[in-house]
Design a protein around this ligand. Structure first.
Ligand code: HSE
Length: 330
């Protein structure tokens, strides 16, 4: 991960009472796939004494998993009385229902679920009203501190003009493979095998995944959601466009942009050729790059791994650390 111009000296802290002096913090994990598995390993290796994972919600039982710890029913997971719910479920009705349940339970929440958080802005409002912490750094930019940086910029009283970025690692990976001559199907299958793609990869390719991230960015940068986001999908004609761009030394990229305009918030996800030396063009494979343009001419650039087990899990674990710090004072 690299950052230029400005780095928050520390991640912003919400002022909340330290109501959880007891350690370890009792946590449950919703989902144990690519990201959830990485989070579980990270909690075991780096959070001993701080967090205990009381229960893990999985879609099916597998041999080798400790009985009494893995459950296929959410009721059994919530019955353990968690103070922290970590959501690594794929997008869908189940994730939305269980985040709602987590809010009702009074627990603090860490979620990697951009689509649910994007379409349910009320979750953050309810959490704030009830004094619960809801953090979702992993929902945008993998290991990049995109939302934290936007919050920091705004906390300094600086206003943001626009945010543009490569926000979807799968699309970037696929476009790179197409540039090497792979077929669209082969490129998508490789992205799935590496754990970058969503359960439904059309969300990546059609720009819906980037659009959900863009909604969270708009919320953090401008305090409102875009009323509309125009989308351009990676489709059958994309390999030809990749070749045309490459013939001029350019790289086709899925670029998500949001800016404040007189008419409101303008937002789009489109496929655009980027010149060599352009940071949004130079990102490779599953990397993401985000450029934040502020009033007064300052530009902040964040680049790093945007998808995959380690990148996303490390961001989830960073949110867990923040909650421990906020609640327990370290
Ligand atoms: N499918 C997403 C991507 C995962 O490729 O960027 C990380 O949000």
């Amino acid at each position: 991960m690299s950052l230029s111009l400005l780095l928050p000296s520390s991640r912003p802290a919400t002022r909340l009472p330290r109501v959880l002096p007891e350690r370890p913090l009792r946590a449950v994990l919703l989902g144990c796939g690519t990201v959830g598995g990485g989070v579980l390993d990270g909690l075991r290796d780096g959070f001993a004494g701080d967090v205990t994972v009381e229960a893990i919600l999985v879609s099916r039982h597998r041999t080798g998993r400790a009985p009494g710890r893995f459950f296929t029913e959410a009721e059994s997971v919530f019955a353990t009385g968690p103070r922290l719910v970590i959501d690594c479920l794929p997008d869908g009705e189940l994730a939305e229902t269980l985040l709602d349940e987590a809010l009702r339970s009074g627990a603090d929440i860490v979620s990697a679920n951009k689509a649910v958080i994007a379409r349910r802005p009320d979750f953050a409002v309810r959490a704030r009203e009830r004094g619960q912490i809801l953090r979702y750094a992993a929902a945008v930019g993998g290991e990049l501190p995109v939302l934290e940086t936007l919050a920091h910029v705004r906390s300094e009283g600086r206003s943001i003009l626009s945010v543009a970025g490569v926000l979807n690692g799968t699309s970037n990976f696929v476009l790179d493979r197409l540039a090497e001559g792979a077929s669209l199907d082969t490129a998508i299958r490789a992205a799935q095998a590496l754990g970058f793609a969503e359960a439904d990869p059309t969300a990546d390719l059609e720009g819906r995944d980037a659009a959900a991230k863009l909604t969270l960015i708009a919320r953090a940068a401008f305090g409102v959601d875009p009323s509309r986001i125009t989308l351009e999908a990676i489709a059958e004609d994309t390999p030809e466009r990749v070749r045309e761009a490459a013939a001029s030394g350019y790289r086709l990229r899925q670029v998500a942009t949001v800016r404040a305009a007189d008419s409101g918030i303008e937002a789009s996800v489109s496929l655009t050729p980027r010149a060599p030396g352009d940071p949004l063009g130079d990102v490779r494979d599953e990397e993401n790059a985000v450029r934040i343009s502020c009033h007064g001419g300052d530009t902040i650039l964040l680049t790093g791994r945007g998808a995959g087990r380690e990148a996303t899990a490390s961001s989830v674990l960073s949110d867990v650390s923040q909650i421990i710090a906020q609640r327990c004072g370290q």
